[in-house]
Design a protein around this ligand. Structure first.
Ligand code: NAD
Ligand code: UDP
Length: 336
């Protein structure tokens, strides 16, 4: 079976390619390298000892997409390609709507033309917006999102649902990720954003290696046990395995619309992440408590029981594993 992975050179995409190859899927990647490097393809091949077919280009490029489908018999698509920085999306909404929506619509149109109607999509817990309970279940309705980035995810979910209702021969899996962190245990692939990171773990890593002086923990006056925000962190390899389960299930159960939470089901506070990072890596992080960050919710975590029931998937790796693997990756990156 051959899977087209859009955005396969990126953080989650590269880990997913590894899991697919390990299960003997053939992998074709399209990525325009807007937030990644081509060397990731070599690293995926190094980890798996298998070959990947790589096309450099934009998913909005209809001619290129047609060529990919002509040159390869694609059985399913995992669609990661998109912009993902929440803050940037507030400043540049058109750039986000254009890239995330146009690439998805072009992709769906070409898939339809080639009668390849099986897609797994990278959605996000952000589509839940603010709910009455912090435990998010797939049956909750999508609410107002807090950024244009989040809105692109909500809109794409809706577009895909409408497509399914118009043609139920499509198989569509909407995967709502919680907070992916960590890296492959080889240290060859992981997340190392350019500039000052927005997300917690990349920020911690830059402080740990001395590239940034200090972490600010945004708020310690929330109504949580230690006053800091609570999230559901998931090891990126567990998340990648969730994609493997989703595409395998979709290939065996055609003509369905699925929505799954991919999270651990456990909330962990920012302070607990910092403490665990210090403990497992045997170091001290320079940090201070600061003001709350606008738009942050005090607490949310996944109810992942549907993914367990239908896909047989659940997370296996601990917060300790996430902190250790993330640090191992960044140390190897900086040694280069
Ligand atoms: P990433 O930026 O590392 O990977 C995205 C990849 O897509 C990059 O390699 C980039 O070069 C490529 N890309 C972007 N636009 C493209 C286009 N038009 N054509 C071709 N390639 C393009 O991001 P990631 O963390 O791996 O996230 C993957 C997906 O998961 C994204 O859609 C993101 O919104 C979603 N997601 C991520 C998180 C997270 O915390 N990382 C959480 C929820 C959802
Ligand atoms: N956070 C923090 N300092 C930072 C970055 C993040 O305290 O420099 C906190 C943030 O307030 C949130 C948690 O870490 O409670 C996770 O934030 P992140 O941006 O990684 O993911 P989000 O849940 O916002 O998508």
């Amino acid at each position: 079976m051959k899977i087209l992975v859009t955005g396969g050179c990126g953080y989650i995409g590269s880990h997913t390619c590894v899991e697919l190859l390990n299960e003997n899927y053939e992998v074709v990647i399209i990525d325009n390298l807007s937030n990644s490097k081509e060397d990731v393809v070599n690293r995926i091949e190094q980890i798996t000892n298998k070959k990947v077919k790589f096309y450099e280009g934009n998913v909005q490029d209809e001619t290129l997409l047609k060529r990919i489908f002509e040159e390869n018999k694609i059985d399913g698509v995992i669609h990661f390609a998109g912009y993902k920085a929440v803050g940037e999306s507030v400043k540049k909404p058109l750039m986000y709507y254009e890239n995330n929506l146009e690439s998805t619509i072009t992709l769906l149109r070409i898939m339809n033309d080639f009668d390849c109607k099986n897609i797994v999509f990278s959605s996000s817990a952000t589509v839940y917006g603010v709910q009455e309970s912090p435990k998010y279940v797939e049956t909750m309705t999508r609410k107002e999102t807090s950024s244009p980035y989040g809105t692109t995810k909500s809109m794409i979910e809706k577009i895909m649902e409408d497509l399914y209702y118009s043609d139920p021969t499509w198989t569509i899996s909407l995967l709502r990720y919680f907070n992916p962190v960590g890296a492959h245990s080889s240290g060859l692939i992981g997340e190392n954003p350019n500039g000052i990171p927005n997300n917690l773990m990349p920020y911690i890593l830059k402080v740990a290696i001395g590239e940034l002086p200090e972490l600010t923990i945004f708020g310690n006056d929330y109504e949580t046990p230690d006053g800091t925000c609570i999230r559901d962190y998931i090891h990126v390899v567990d998340l990648a395995k969730g994609h493997l389960c989703a595409i395998t299930h979709a290939l065996d159960n055609k003509g369905k619309l699925h929505t799954y939470n991919l999270g651990s089901g456990h909330g962990v506070s920012v302070k607990e992440i910092v403490d665990t990072f210090e403990r497992v890596n045997n170091l001290k992080l320079n940090y201070k408590f600061g003001a709350r960050r606008e738009g942050d919710l005090p607490e949310f975590f996944a109810d992942p029981s549907l993914a367990l029931e239908e896909l047989g998937w659940k997370t296996e790796q601990s917060i300790e594993d996430m902190c250790r693997d993330a640090y191992n990756f960044i140390i190897k990156e900086t040694e280069k």
